[in-house]
Design a protein around this ligand. Structure first.
Ligand code: FAD
Ligand code: NAI
Length: 489
Protein backbone atom coordinates (compact mmCIF):
# COMPACT_ATOMS: atom_id res chain seq x y z
CA UNK A 1 0.00 0.00 0.00
CA UNK A 2 1.23 3.48 -0.87
CA UNK A 3 1.62 6.23 1.72
CA UNK A 4 1.08 9.26 -0.53
CA UNK A 5 -1.99 9.76 -2.73
CA UNK A 6 -3.49 12.36 -5.02
CA UNK A 7 -6.85 11.77 -3.30
CA UNK A 8 -7.93 10.04 -0.13
CA UNK A 9 -11.64 9.54 0.33
CA UNK A 10 -13.01 8.87 3.80
CA UNK A 11 -16.14 6.74 3.51
CA UNK A 12 -17.10 4.14 0.91
CA UNK A 13 -20.86 4.76 0.68
CA UNK A 14 -22.46 5.78 -2.63
CA UNK A 15 -20.85 9.23 -2.36
CA UNK A 16 -17.34 8.01 -1.48
CA UNK A 17 -17.03 4.86 -3.58
CA UNK A 18 -18.32 6.61 -6.71
CA UNK A 19 -15.87 9.48 -6.12
CA UNK A 20 -13.07 6.91 -5.71
CA UNK A 21 -13.89 5.12 -8.96
CA UNK A 22 -14.06 8.38 -10.94
CA UNK A 23 -10.82 9.70 -9.40
CA UNK A 24 -9.06 6.47 -10.38
CA UNK A 25 -10.56 6.57 -13.90
CA UNK A 26 -9.14 10.09 -14.24
CA UNK A 27 -5.65 8.80 -13.44
CA UNK A 28 -5.41 10.07 -9.84
CA UNK A 29 -3.75 7.80 -7.28
CA UNK A 30 -6.65 7.05 -4.98
CA UNK A 31 -7.32 5.46 -1.61
CA UNK A 32 -10.66 5.02 0.13
CA UNK A 33 -10.77 4.52 3.89
CA UNK A 34 -13.83 2.90 5.46
CA UNK A 35 -14.50 1.48 8.91
CA UNK A 36 -17.63 -0.57 8.14
CA UNK A 37 -17.76 -4.07 9.67
CA UNK A 38 -20.72 -6.39 9.17
CA UNK A 39 -22.25 -8.54 11.92
CA UNK A 40 -19.49 -11.11 11.37
CA UNK A 41 -16.84 -8.36 11.68
CA UNK A 42 -16.01 -8.50 7.96
CA UNK A 43 -15.07 -5.16 6.40
CA UNK A 44 -17.62 -4.14 3.77
CA UNK A 45 -17.77 -1.43 1.15
CA UNK A 46 -20.98 0.39 0.14
CA UNK A 47 -21.77 2.29 3.36
CA UNK A 48 -25.29 2.74 4.67
CA UNK A 49 -26.92 2.52 1.25
CA UNK A 50 -25.72 -0.93 0.31
CA UNK A 51 -25.44 -2.52 3.74
CA UNK A 52 -28.36 -1.20 5.79
CA UNK A 53 -30.21 1.31 3.62
CA UNK A 54 -31.42 1.58 0.02
CA UNK A 55 -30.64 -1.97 -1.09
CA UNK A 56 -31.77 -4.20 1.81
CA UNK A 57 -34.91 -2.09 2.26
CA UNK A 58 -35.81 -2.45 -1.41
CA UNK A 59 -35.10 -6.19 -1.29
CA UNK A 60 -37.55 -6.56 1.61
CA UNK A 61 -40.09 -4.24 0.00
CA UNK A 62 -40.09 -6.49 -3.08
CA UNK A 63 -40.31 -9.75 -1.12
CA UNK A 64 -43.07 -8.47 1.15
CA UNK A 65 -45.03 -7.14 -1.84
CA UNK A 66 -44.87 -10.53 -3.56
CA UNK A 67 -45.96 -12.20 -0.31
CA UNK A 68 -48.90 -9.87 0.08
CA UNK A 69 -49.96 -10.22 -3.56
CA UNK A 70 -49.77 -14.00 -3.32
CA UNK A 71 -52.03 -13.91 -0.31
CA UNK A 72 -54.54 -11.30 -1.44
CA UNK A 73 -54.35 -9.81 -4.93
CA UNK A 74 -53.87 -12.78 -7.23
CA UNK A 75 -57.47 -13.97 -6.94
CA UNK A 76 -58.49 -10.95 -9.05
CA UNK A 77 -56.38 -12.41 -11.86
CA UNK A 78 -58.14 -15.75 -11.48
CA UNK A 79 -55.18 -17.27 -9.70
CA UNK A 80 -55.86 -19.10 -6.46
CA UNK A 81 -53.08 -20.20 -4.18
CA UNK A 82 -54.38 -22.50 -1.49
CA UNK A 83 -51.93 -21.60 1.16
CA UNK A 84 -49.17 -19.03 1.32
CA UNK A 85 -46.62 -19.27 4.07
CA UNK A 86 -43.77 -17.05 5.10
CA UNK A 87 -40.18 -18.19 5.51
CA UNK A 88 -38.77 -15.02 7.04
CA UNK A 89 -35.29 -16.48 7.40
CA UNK A 90 -35.15 -17.22 3.66
CA UNK A 91 -36.46 -13.70 2.94
CA UNK A 92 -33.69 -12.23 5.09
CA UNK A 93 -31.07 -14.54 3.54
CA UNK A 94 -32.10 -13.36 0.06
CA UNK A 95 -31.79 -9.75 1.20
CA UNK A 96 -28.32 -10.48 2.63
CA UNK A 97 -27.26 -12.21 -0.61
CA UNK A 98 -28.34 -9.19 -2.66
CA UNK A 99 -26.30 -6.94 -0.34
CA UNK A 100 -23.26 -9.24 -0.54
CA UNK A 101 -23.40 -9.46 -4.34
CA UNK A 102 -23.38 -5.68 -4.63
CA UNK A 103 -20.76 -5.00 -1.97
CA UNK A 104 -18.43 -7.62 -3.49
CA UNK A 105 -19.09 -5.90 -6.82
CA UNK A 106 -17.64 -2.67 -5.44
CA UNK A 107 -14.69 -4.59 -4.04
CA UNK A 108 -13.86 -5.90 -7.50
CA UNK A 109 -14.37 -2.44 -9.04
CA UNK A 110 -11.88 -1.08 -6.50
CA UNK A 111 -9.39 -3.79 -7.50
CA UNK A 112 -9.80 -3.28 -11.24
CA UNK A 113 -9.45 0.50 -10.83
CA UNK A 114 -6.41 0.07 -8.56
CA UNK A 115 -8.03 1.91 -5.65
CA UNK A 116 -6.45 1.13 -2.29
CA UNK A 117 -9.11 0.13 0.26
CA UNK A 118 -7.86 1.05 3.73
CA UNK A 119 -9.93 -0.71 6.39
CA UNK A 120 -10.25 1.32 9.55
CA UNK A 121 -11.40 4.56 11.13
CA UNK A 122 -9.89 7.78 9.79
CA UNK A 123 -9.02 11.04 11.53
CA UNK A 124 -7.68 14.03 9.65
CA UNK A 125 -4.64 15.10 11.64
CA UNK A 126 -3.47 18.08 9.76
CA UNK A 127 -5.03 20.09 7.07
CA UNK A 128 -2.83 22.90 5.91
CA UNK A 129 -4.62 26.23 5.70
CA UNK A 130 -1.99 27.49 3.28
CA UNK A 131 -0.45 25.55 0.44
CA UNK A 132 3.17 24.55 1.19
CA UNK A 133 5.83 23.16 -1.12
CA UNK A 134 4.85 19.72 0.05
CA UNK A 135 1.91 18.88 -2.21
CA UNK A 136 1.00 15.94 0.01
CA UNK A 137 0.09 18.29 2.82
CA UNK A 138 -2.94 16.51 4.21
CA UNK A 139 -2.27 13.84 6.83
CA UNK A 140 -4.79 11.20 7.82
CA UNK A 141 -4.27 8.75 10.63
CA UNK A 142 -6.17 5.49 10.48
CA UNK A 143 -6.98 3.22 13.37
CA UNK A 144 -6.89 -0.02 11.38
CA UNK A 145 -9.20 -2.91 12.22
CA UNK A 146 -6.13 -4.82 13.43
CA UNK A 147 -5.78 -2.05 16.09
CA UNK A 148 -2.58 -0.66 14.55
CA UNK A 149 -2.42 2.99 13.52
CA UNK A 150 -1.15 4.03 10.11
CA UNK A 151 -0.60 7.47 8.61
CA UNK A 152 -1.24 8.45 5.01
CA UNK A 153 -0.64 11.69 3.13
CA UNK A 154 -2.66 13.15 0.32
CA UNK A 155 -2.97 16.22 -1.87
CA UNK A 156 -6.77 16.17 -1.53
CA UNK A 157 -9.26 14.74 0.92
CA UNK A 158 -12.90 13.99 0.25
CA UNK A 159 -15.01 13.55 3.38
CA UNK A 160 -17.86 11.13 2.61
CA UNK A 161 -18.57 9.76 6.07
CA UNK A 162 -22.35 9.69 5.68
CA UNK A 163 -24.95 9.84 8.41
CA UNK A 164 -26.45 7.84 11.28
CA UNK A 165 -29.97 7.58 12.69
CA UNK A 166 -30.98 10.35 15.08
CA UNK A 167 -31.42 8.93 18.58
CA UNK A 168 -33.94 10.49 20.92
CA UNK A 169 -33.35 9.97 24.64
CA UNK A 170 -37.09 9.42 25.28
CA UNK A 171 -36.91 6.30 23.10
CA UNK A 172 -33.47 4.75 23.72
CA UNK A 173 -32.57 2.27 20.95
CA UNK A 174 -31.45 -1.15 22.23
CA UNK A 175 -31.87 -2.77 18.79
CA UNK A 176 -33.84 -5.58 20.43
CA UNK A 177 -37.19 -4.02 21.29
CA UNK A 178 -36.63 -0.37 20.37
CA UNK A 179 -34.81 -0.38 17.07
CA UNK A 180 -33.49 2.02 14.46
CA UNK A 181 -33.73 1.37 10.71
CA UNK A 182 -30.86 -1.12 10.86
CA UNK A 183 -32.61 -3.20 13.51
CA UNK A 184 -35.88 -2.96 11.60
CA UNK A 185 -34.25 -4.60 8.56
CA UNK A 186 -33.34 -7.67 10.58
CA UNK A 187 -36.26 -8.75 12.79
CA UNK A 188 -36.17 -12.53 13.20
CA UNK A 189 -39.94 -12.75 13.48
CA UNK A 190 -42.84 -10.59 12.35
CA UNK A 191 -43.92 -8.44 15.30
CA UNK A 192 -47.63 -8.75 16.00
CA UNK A 193 -47.87 -5.10 16.98
CA UNK A 194 -45.31 -2.69 15.57
CA UNK A 195 -45.06 0.95 16.58
CA UNK A 196 -43.07 3.45 14.52
CA UNK A 197 -42.01 6.93 15.57
CA UNK A 198 -41.89 9.17 12.48
CA UNK A 199 -43.96 8.94 9.29
CA UNK A 200 -41.04 9.95 7.06
CA UNK A 201 -39.49 7.85 4.33
CA UNK A 202 -38.15 5.11 6.60
CA UNK A 203 -41.35 4.89 8.65
CA UNK A 204 -43.40 4.45 5.50
CA UNK A 205 -41.10 2.02 3.70
CA UNK A 206 -40.29 -0.24 6.65
CA UNK A 207 -43.81 0.13 8.02
CA UNK A 208 -45.05 -1.18 4.64
CA UNK A 209 -42.67 -4.15 4.75
CA UNK A 210 -43.83 -5.36 8.16
CA UNK A 211 -47.50 -4.52 7.58
CA UNK A 212 -47.46 -6.64 4.41
CA UNK A 213 -45.88 -9.50 6.33
CA UNK A 214 -48.68 -9.41 8.89
CA UNK A 215 -47.80 -6.85 11.57
CA UNK A 216 -50.38 -4.43 12.89
CA UNK A 217 -48.58 -1.14 12.28
CA UNK A 218 -49.19 2.18 13.99
CA UNK A 219 -47.08 5.21 12.98
CA UNK A 220 -46.79 8.22 15.30
CA UNK A 221 -45.94 11.52 13.60
CA UNK A 222 -45.26 14.74 15.51
CA UNK A 223 -46.24 17.06 12.65
CA UNK A 224 -49.83 17.72 11.71
CA UNK A 225 -48.97 17.67 8.00
CA UNK A 226 -48.23 14.35 6.32
CA UNK A 227 -45.08 14.38 4.14
CA UNK A 228 -44.75 18.14 4.43
CA UNK A 229 -41.91 18.19 1.86
CA UNK A 230 -43.98 16.51 -0.89
CA UNK A 231 -46.65 18.11 -3.08
CA UNK A 232 -49.64 18.68 -0.82
CA UNK A 233 -52.21 17.07 -3.10
CA UNK A 234 -50.06 14.01 -3.78
CA UNK A 235 -49.28 13.68 -0.05
CA UNK A 236 -53.00 13.78 0.80
CA UNK A 237 -53.83 11.18 -1.88
CA UNK A 238 -51.04 8.90 -0.69
CA UNK A 239 -52.15 9.19 2.94
CA UNK A 240 -55.61 7.93 1.97
CA UNK A 241 -54.05 4.94 0.21
CA UNK A 242 -51.72 4.11 3.12
CA UNK A 243 -54.56 4.30 5.64
CA UNK A 244 -56.59 2.04 3.39
CA UNK A 245 -53.74 -0.47 3.32
CA UNK A 246 -53.80 -0.64 7.10
CA UNK A 247 -50.86 1.63 7.94
CA UNK A 248 -52.37 3.44 10.89
CA UNK A 249 -50.67 6.84 10.53
CA UNK A 250 -51.47 9.19 13.42
CA UNK A 251 -50.50 12.80 12.83
CA UNK A 252 -50.02 15.47 15.47
CA UNK A 253 -48.87 12.89 17.99
CA UNK A 254 -46.01 13.59 20.38
CA UNK A 255 -44.05 10.84 22.04
CA UNK A 256 -43.46 11.40 25.75
CA UNK A 257 -41.57 8.24 26.60
CA UNK A 258 -40.90 4.72 25.34
CA UNK A 259 -39.69 2.02 27.68
CA UNK A 260 -39.17 -1.71 27.58
CA UNK A 261 -41.38 -3.49 30.10
CA UNK A 262 -41.84 -7.28 30.18
CA UNK A 263 -40.55 -8.08 26.66
CA UNK A 264 -42.58 -5.35 25.02
CA UNK A 265 -42.42 -1.60 24.52
CA UNK A 266 -44.80 0.72 26.31
CA UNK A 267 -45.12 4.17 24.84
CA UNK A 268 -46.73 7.24 26.33
CA UNK A 269 -47.77 9.97 23.91
CA UNK A 270 -50.09 12.90 23.53
CA UNK A 271 -52.44 13.48 20.63
CA UNK A 272 -55.36 15.90 20.25
CA UNK A 273 -57.37 13.59 22.58
CA UNK A 274 -54.79 13.92 25.37
CA UNK A 275 -52.22 11.63 26.97
CA UNK A 276 -52.37 7.96 26.02
CA UNK A 277 -50.47 4.69 26.45
CA UNK A 278 -49.91 1.85 23.94
CA UNK A 279 -47.96 -1.40 24.05
CA UNK A 280 -46.02 -2.84 21.11
CA UNK A 281 -43.85 -5.89 20.49
CA UNK A 282 -41.29 -3.67 18.75
CA UNK A 283 -40.84 0.03 18.22
CA UNK A 284 -38.94 1.54 15.27
CA UNK A 285 -37.49 5.01 15.82
CA UNK A 286 -37.23 6.76 12.43
CA UNK A 287 -37.02 10.47 13.14
CA UNK A 288 -34.28 11.47 10.71
CA UNK A 289 -30.53 11.09 10.27
CA UNK A 290 -27.54 13.12 11.45
CA UNK A 291 -24.27 13.67 9.56
CA UNK A 292 -21.23 11.68 10.75
CA UNK A 293 -18.97 14.69 11.08
CA UNK A 294 -17.93 14.62 14.73
CA UNK A 295 -14.41 13.47 15.37
CA UNK A 296 -13.26 13.48 11.75
CA UNK A 297 -10.71 16.12 12.59
CA UNK A 298 -8.19 15.75 15.39
CA UNK A 299 -8.80 19.44 15.94
CA UNK A 300 -12.52 19.96 15.31
CA UNK A 301 -12.38 23.74 15.33
CA UNK A 302 -10.67 23.77 11.95
CA UNK A 303 -13.73 22.86 9.89
CA UNK A 304 -16.83 25.06 9.63
CA UNK A 305 -20.01 23.12 10.46
CA UNK A 306 -23.49 24.03 11.55
CA UNK A 307 -25.09 22.96 14.83
CA UNK A 308 -26.63 19.86 13.30
CA UNK A 309 -23.18 18.67 12.20
CA UNK A 310 -23.56 19.48 8.50
CA UNK A 311 -20.20 20.47 7.04
CA UNK A 312 -20.36 23.85 5.30
CA UNK A 313 -19.51 23.62 1.60
CA UNK A 314 -19.92 25.81 -1.47
CA UNK A 315 -21.55 24.62 -4.69
CA UNK A 316 -18.32 22.79 -5.58
CA UNK A 317 -18.40 20.88 -2.29
CA UNK A 318 -15.25 22.70 -1.12
CA UNK A 319 -15.09 23.03 2.67
CA UNK A 320 -13.55 25.92 4.58
CA UNK A 321 -10.16 24.15 4.28
CA UNK A 322 -8.15 24.15 1.05
CA UNK A 323 -7.96 20.74 -0.61
CA UNK A 324 -10.68 19.28 1.64
CA UNK A 325 -14.06 18.48 0.07
CA UNK A 326 -17.20 17.07 1.68
CA UNK A 327 -20.02 15.24 -0.11
CA UNK A 328 -23.12 13.10 0.43
CA UNK A 329 -25.02 13.00 3.71
CA UNK A 330 -22.37 15.10 5.47
CA UNK A 331 -23.44 18.24 3.60
CA UNK A 332 -26.58 20.26 2.79
CA UNK A 333 -29.29 18.88 0.54
CA UNK A 334 -31.42 15.75 0.78
CA UNK A 335 -29.80 12.67 2.28
CA UNK A 336 -30.07 10.56 -0.85
CA UNK A 337 -27.63 8.12 -2.40
CA UNK A 338 -27.84 9.53 -5.95
CA UNK A 339 -27.28 13.10 -4.71
CA UNK A 340 -24.09 11.95 -2.93
CA UNK A 341 -22.89 10.01 -5.98
CA UNK A 342 -23.35 13.03 -8.24
CA UNK A 343 -21.36 15.16 -5.79
CA UNK A 344 -18.66 12.47 -5.78
CA UNK A 345 -18.44 12.59 -9.58
CA UNK A 346 -18.31 16.40 -9.54
CA UNK A 347 -15.51 16.59 -6.98
CA UNK A 348 -13.45 13.94 -8.79
CA UNK A 349 -13.66 15.97 -12.00
CA UNK A 350 -12.80 19.22 -10.20
CA UNK A 351 -9.73 17.66 -8.56
CA UNK A 352 -8.63 16.40 -11.98
CA UNK A 353 -8.94 19.96 -13.31
CA UNK A 354 -12.14 19.39 -15.26
CA UNK A 355 -15.51 21.08 -15.06
CA UNK A 356 -18.67 19.51 -13.67
CA UNK A 357 -21.57 20.67 -11.56
CA UNK A 358 -24.57 19.25 -9.75
CA UNK A 359 -28.04 20.57 -10.53
CA UNK A 360 -29.46 20.77 -7.02
CA UNK A 361 -32.83 21.89 -8.41
CA UNK A 362 -33.42 18.55 -10.10
CA UNK A 363 -32.78 15.88 -7.48
CA UNK A 364 -35.47 13.22 -7.80
CA UNK A 365 -37.06 11.81 -4.62
CA UNK A 366 -38.75 8.45 -4.39
CA UNK A 367 -40.65 6.69 -1.63
CA UNK A 368 -40.79 2.99 -2.46
CA UNK A 369 -44.16 2.17 -0.95
CA UNK A 370 -46.94 0.63 -3.02
CA UNK A 371 -47.91 2.66 -4.92
CA UNK A 372 -44.65 4.58 -5.10
CA UNK A 373 -44.29 8.32 -4.72
CA UNK A 374 -41.77 10.18 -6.85
CA UNK A 375 -41.18 13.79 -7.59
CA UNK A 376 -38.73 16.32 -8.94
CA UNK A 377 -38.70 20.11 -8.97
CA UNK A 378 -41.11 22.46 -7.28
CA UNK A 379 -44.30 21.67 -5.39
CA UNK A 380 -47.48 23.68 -5.88
CA UNK A 381 -47.23 25.04 -2.33
CA UNK A 382 -43.67 26.38 -2.82
CA UNK A 383 -44.66 28.07 -6.08
CA UNK A 384 -47.64 29.67 -4.36
CA UNK A 385 -45.46 30.82 -1.47
CA UNK A 386 -43.01 32.40 -3.93
CA UNK A 387 -45.73 34.10 -5.97
CA UNK A 388 -44.92 32.20 -9.17
CA UNK A 389 -47.83 31.71 -11.58
CA UNK A 390 -48.22 28.17 -12.84
CA UNK A 391 -50.53 25.73 -14.64
CA UNK A 392 -51.24 22.13 -13.64
CA UNK A 393 -52.10 19.03 -15.63
CA UNK A 394 -53.02 15.75 -13.95
CA UNK A 395 -53.82 12.31 -15.25
CA UNK A 396 -55.06 9.40 -13.14
CA UNK A 397 -53.65 5.91 -13.70
CA UNK A 398 -57.23 4.61 -13.55
CA UNK A 399 -57.62 6.07 -17.07
CA UNK A 400 -54.49 4.35 -18.39
CA UNK A 401 -54.96 1.19 -20.46
CA UNK A 402 -51.73 -0.37 -19.22
CA UNK A 403 -52.48 0.41 -15.59
CA UNK A 404 -55.89 -1.25 -15.96
CA UNK A 405 -54.37 -4.27 -17.71
CA UNK A 406 -51.90 -4.88 -14.90
CA UNK A 407 -54.36 -3.91 -12.16
CA UNK A 408 -52.27 -1.01 -10.84
CA UNK A 409 -54.72 1.85 -11.15
CA UNK A 410 -54.03 3.86 -7.99
CA UNK A 411 -52.53 7.31 -8.22
CA UNK A 412 -51.82 9.94 -10.81
CA UNK A 413 -49.22 12.01 -12.65
CA UNK A 414 -49.17 15.73 -11.99
CA UNK A 415 -47.18 18.19 -14.08
CA UNK A 416 -46.72 21.81 -13.05
CA UNK A 417 -45.48 24.29 -15.62
CA UNK A 418 -44.82 28.02 -15.70
CA UNK A 419 -47.97 29.92 -16.63
CA UNK A 420 -46.20 32.18 -19.14
CA UNK A 421 -43.38 30.08 -20.59
CA UNK A 422 -44.89 26.61 -20.06
CA UNK A 423 -41.46 25.39 -18.83
CA UNK A 424 -41.95 22.37 -16.57
CA UNK A 425 -41.34 23.36 -12.95
CA UNK A 426 -42.28 20.16 -11.15
CA UNK A 427 -43.50 16.62 -11.72
CA UNK A 428 -45.18 14.57 -8.98
CA UNK A 429 -46.17 10.96 -9.45
CA UNK A 430 -48.10 8.59 -7.23
CA UNK A 431 -48.24 5.20 -8.90
CA UNK A 432 -46.79 1.73 -9.07
CA UNK A 433 -44.03 2.68 -11.56
CA UNK A 434 -43.33 6.15 -10.20
CA UNK A 435 -39.64 5.45 -9.41
CA UNK A 436 -38.97 4.64 -13.07
CA UNK A 437 -41.32 7.23 -14.61
CA UNK A 438 -39.72 10.11 -12.73
CA UNK A 439 -36.49 9.67 -14.74
CA UNK A 440 -38.20 10.93 -17.90
CA UNK A 441 -39.36 14.03 -16.01
CA UNK A 442 -35.80 14.68 -14.78
CA UNK A 443 -34.42 14.33 -18.31
CA UNK A 444 -37.11 16.60 -19.75
CA UNK A 445 -36.48 19.23 -17.09
CA UNK A 446 -32.67 19.01 -17.53
CA UNK A 447 -33.29 19.96 -21.16
CA UNK A 448 -35.62 22.78 -20.10
CA UNK A 449 -38.67 21.13 -21.68
CA UNK A 450 -42.11 22.71 -21.71
CA UNK A 451 -45.23 20.67 -21.10
CA UNK A 452 -45.95 21.16 -24.82
CA UNK A 453 -42.63 19.47 -25.69
CA UNK A 454 -43.84 16.38 -23.85
CA UNK A 455 -47.30 16.68 -25.39
CA UNK A 456 -45.69 16.63 -28.87
CA UNK A 457 -43.58 13.54 -28.07
CA UNK A 458 -44.74 10.03 -29.04
CA UNK A 459 -45.06 7.44 -26.27
CA UNK A 460 -45.44 3.69 -26.82
CA UNK A 461 -48.84 2.15 -26.16
CA UNK A 462 -49.84 0.70 -23.79
CA UNK A 463 -47.38 2.01 -21.17
CA UNK A 464 -47.47 3.75 -17.82
CA UNK A 465 -45.47 6.51 -19.51
CA UNK A 466 -48.57 7.46 -21.46
CA UNK A 467 -49.92 8.88 -18.20
CA UNK A 468 -46.97 11.32 -18.24
CA UNK A 469 -47.89 12.22 -21.83
CA UNK A 470 -51.57 12.66 -20.95
CA UNK A 471 -50.71 14.82 -17.91
CA UNK A 472 -48.71 17.09 -20.22
CA UNK A 473 -51.70 17.30 -22.56
CA UNK A 474 -53.87 18.05 -19.55
CA UNK A 475 -51.77 21.16 -18.81
CA UNK A 476 -53.36 22.76 -21.88
CA UNK A 477 -56.75 21.14 -21.26
CA UNK A 478 -56.37 18.62 -24.10
CA UNK A 479 -55.91 15.25 -22.38
CA UNK A 480 -57.55 12.54 -24.46
CA UNK A 481 -58.58 9.84 -22.04
CA UNK A 482 -60.21 12.03 -19.38
CA UNK A 483 -62.86 14.66 -19.78
CA UNK A 484 -61.46 18.15 -19.36
CA UNK A 485 -63.52 21.26 -19.16
CA UNK A 486 -61.10 23.45 -21.09
CA UNK A 487 -60.08 22.37 -24.61
CA UNK A 488 -57.28 24.04 -26.53
CA UNK A 489 -58.44 25.71 -29.75
P1 FAD B 1 -22.98 6.43 3.79
O1 FAD B 1 -23.64 5.54 2.84
O2 FAD B 1 -23.55 6.57 5.15
O3 FAD B 1 -21.48 5.93 3.89
C1 FAD B 1 -20.56 6.52 4.75
C2 FAD B 1 -19.42 5.57 4.99
O4 FAD B 1 -18.41 6.27 5.73
C3 FAD B 1 -19.80 4.35 5.83
O5 FAD B 1 -19.39 3.19 5.16
C4 FAD B 1 -19.01 4.53 7.13
O6 FAD B 1 -18.52 3.30 7.65
C5 FAD B 1 -17.85 5.38 6.67
N1 FAD B 1 -17.24 6.20 7.74
C6 FAD B 1 -17.86 7.08 8.57
N2 FAD B 1 -16.93 7.67 9.38
C7 FAD B 1 -15.73 7.15 9.06
C8 FAD B 1 -14.41 7.33 9.53
N3 FAD B 1 -14.11 8.22 10.48
N4 FAD B 1 -13.41 6.60 8.98
C9 FAD B 1 -13.68 5.70 8.00
N5 FAD B 1 -14.91 5.47 7.51
C10 FAD B 1 -15.92 6.19 8.02
N6 FAD B 1 -31.32 6.86 -0.33
C11 FAD B 1 -31.75 6.79 -1.60
O7 FAD B 1 -31.34 7.60 -2.44
N7 FAD B 1 -32.66 5.84 -1.98
C12 FAD B 1 -33.15 4.93 -1.11
O8 FAD B 1 -33.95 4.09 -1.48
C13 FAD B 1 -32.71 4.99 0.24
N8 FAD B 1 -33.17 4.10 1.13
C14 FAD B 1 -32.70 4.15 2.42
C15 FAD B 1 -33.19 3.23 3.33
C16 FAD B 1 -32.75 3.25 4.64
C17 FAD B 1 -33.29 2.25 5.63
C18 FAD B 1 -31.76 4.21 5.03
C19 FAD B 1 -31.24 4.22 6.43
C20 FAD B 1 -31.28 5.13 4.13
C21 FAD B 1 -31.75 5.11 2.81
N9 FAD B 1 -31.31 6.03 1.87
C22 FAD B 1 -31.76 5.98 0.58
C23 FAD B 1 -30.33 7.06 2.22
C24 FAD B 1 -28.92 6.64 1.74
O9 FAD B 1 -28.60 5.41 2.32
C25 FAD B 1 -27.91 7.69 2.10
O10 FAD B 1 -28.32 8.94 1.60
C26 FAD B 1 -26.56 7.34 1.50
O11 FAD B 1 -26.11 6.09 1.97
C27 FAD B 1 -25.53 8.40 1.84
O12 FAD B 1 -24.35 8.08 1.21
P2 FAD B 1 -22.94 8.55 1.78
O13 FAD B 1 -21.93 7.94 0.88
O14 FAD B 1 -22.97 10.00 1.98
O15 FAD B 1 -22.83 7.91 3.23
P1 NAI C 1 -37.43 11.72 7.66
O1 NAI C 1 -36.82 13.03 7.86
O2 NAI C 1 -37.83 11.28 6.31
O3 NAI C 1 -38.73 11.57 8.57
C1 NAI C 1 -38.70 11.70 9.95
C2 NAI C 1 -40.10 11.98 10.43
O4 NAI C 1 -40.12 11.87 11.84
C3 NAI C 1 -40.59 13.38 10.09
O5 NAI C 1 -41.86 13.31 9.51
C4 NAI C 1 -40.62 14.08 11.44
O6 NAI C 1 -41.63 15.05 11.53
C5 NAI C 1 -40.89 12.92 12.38
N1 NAI C 1 -40.45 13.13 13.74
C6 NAI C 1 -39.31 13.71 14.18
N2 NAI C 1 -39.25 13.66 15.53
C7 NAI C 1 -40.38 13.05 15.95
C8 NAI C 1 -40.90 12.68 17.23
N3 NAI C 1 -40.22 12.94 18.34
N4 NAI C 1 -42.09 12.05 17.28
C9 NAI C 1 -42.77 11.76 16.15
N5 NAI C 1 -42.33 12.09 14.91
C10 NAI C 1 -41.14 12.70 14.82
O7 NAI C 1 -36.40 10.69 8.32
P2 NAI C 1 -36.29 9.11 8.23
O8 NAI C 1 -37.57 8.49 7.84
O9 NAI C 1 -35.64 8.70 9.50
O10 NAI C 1 -35.28 8.91 7.05
C11 NAI C 1 -33.99 9.54 7.10
C12 NAI C 1 -33.52 9.88 5.73
O11 NAI C 1 -33.06 8.71 5.06
C13 NAI C 1 -34.58 10.45 4.82
O12 NAI C 1 -34.77 11.81 5.04
C14 NAI C 1 -34.00 10.20 3.48
O13 NAI C 1 -33.08 11.21 3.17
C15 NAI C 1 -33.26 8.88 3.68
N6 NAI C 1 -34.06 7.79 3.15
C16 NAI C 1 -34.40 7.80 1.83
C17 NAI C 1 -35.17 6.81 1.29
C18 NAI C 1 -35.56 6.89 -0.14
O14 NAI C 1 -34.99 7.69 -0.85
N7 NAI C 1 -36.51 6.11 -0.60
C19 NAI C 1 -35.64 5.68 2.09
C20 NAI C 1 -35.26 5.78 3.49
C21 NAI C 1 -34.48 6.79 3.96
Amino acid sequence: MKKNYDVIIIGAGPAGYVAAIRCAQLGLTTACIDKWLDDNKHPKLGGTCLNVGCIPSKALLESSEIYQQSGHSLAQHGIHIDSVSLDLKQMMDRKDNVVNTLTFGIESLFKSNKIDWIQGSATIEHSSQTKTDDLYNQTISVQLHNKKTSRFKSKNIIIATGSSPVNIPIAPVDNKYIVDSTGALAFDEVPKKLGIIGSGVIGLELGSVWQRLGAEVEIFEAQDTFLAFADEFIAKESLKLYLNQGLNIRLNTRLIKAEVIDDSVTIKFTDPQGEQTKVFDKLIVAVGRRPNSNGIFADETELVMDEGGLIHVNDKCETSLPGVYAIGDTVRGPMLAHKGSEEGLMVAELIAGNHRMVNYDLIPSVIYTHPELAWVGKTEQTLKANGIDYKVGTFPFAASGRAQAVNQTSGLVKIISDKKTDKILGVHILGSQASELIAQAVIAMEFGASSEDIALTMFAHPTFSEAFHEASLAVSGSALHITQRKTKK
